[in-house]
Design a protein around this ligand. Structure first.
Ligand code: DX5
Ligand code: ZN
Length: 218
């Protein structure tokens, strides 16, 4: 699987988001991870579709939209129109409609992902996984950046990679939360190929060097 580095703009300067995504592209990012929080699924509110359409002209990298929202299906059309390339919904927010939501996202001709919070077991969602392009294993509780990676979530990525291999499924596995230059090798060894990093990339003294290091270590 291709390794992709997807910096999260949650850690960027919100007053200069266009420039931030331009800088990420110039410095070697592969995707832009956009954390949409609705204040209900998680306590914080970040931004919505207007931020996606605002940054769209500043980069041709794929926009990887992570919806931390209830009723995500109601928001799909808006985010597609805003320019999302991949929309990831939380399994916890979809319940038994997860497969339908994934098929609905795909009906717009874009990719879809399923996110699982640290306490959500994969067994709950096995049947839906064939309908997604990417599984997002949260390595922190969703809601804010700058937290420490919860190591027990790594085994979920390994379990997913084995499940995909056993069933002949080719899917990206993304991990999100607390990834640093120090722990990224361990994340990769767990079976992850899409690395989200917010604070690590935006707090770096040399962003290009940090993105390069993240890539080299996976
Ligand atoms: C947490 C978000 C993450 C977060 C990652 O709810 O989904 O994408 O911004 O930030 P760091 O890399 O700082 O943990
Ligand atoms: Zn995220």
């Amino acid at each position: 699987m291709n390794t992709l580095i997807a910096p999260s703009i949650l850690a960027a300067d919100f007053a200069a988001m266009g420039e931030a995504v331009k800088t990420l592209q110039k410095n070697g990012a592969d995707m832009i991870h956009c954390d949409v929080m609705d204040g209900t699924f998680v306590p914080t509110i970040t931004f919505g579709m207007h931020m996606i359409s605002a940054i769209r002209p500043y980069t041709d990298l794929p926009l990887d939209v992570h919806l931390m929202c209830i009723h995500p299906q109601n928001k799909v059309a808006d985010f597609v129109n805003a320019g999302a390339d991949i929309i990831t919904v939380h399994a916890e927010a979809c319940g038994n409609t997860l497969t339908d939501v994934l098929r609905y996202i795909r009906s717009y001709g874009i990719r879809c992902g399923v996110a699982v919070s640290p306490d959500t077991p994969l067994q709950n969602i096995y049947e839906s996984l064939e309908w997604c392009d990417m599984l997002l294993v949260m390595s922190v509780y969703p809601g804010r950046g700058g937290q420490k990676l919860i190591e027990r979530t790594l085994s979920k990525a390994t379990e997913a990679r084995r499940y995909f291999e056993r069933n002949g499924l080719v899917k990206d596995i993304e991990m999100d939360g607390g990834i640093t230059e120090e722990n990224v090798a361990m994340v990769k060894d767990a079976g992850v190929n899409v690395i989200v990093a917010g604070s690590t990339v935006f707090r770096a003294a040399d962003m290009a060097a940090t993105i390069r290091t993240l890539r080299e270590r996976v």
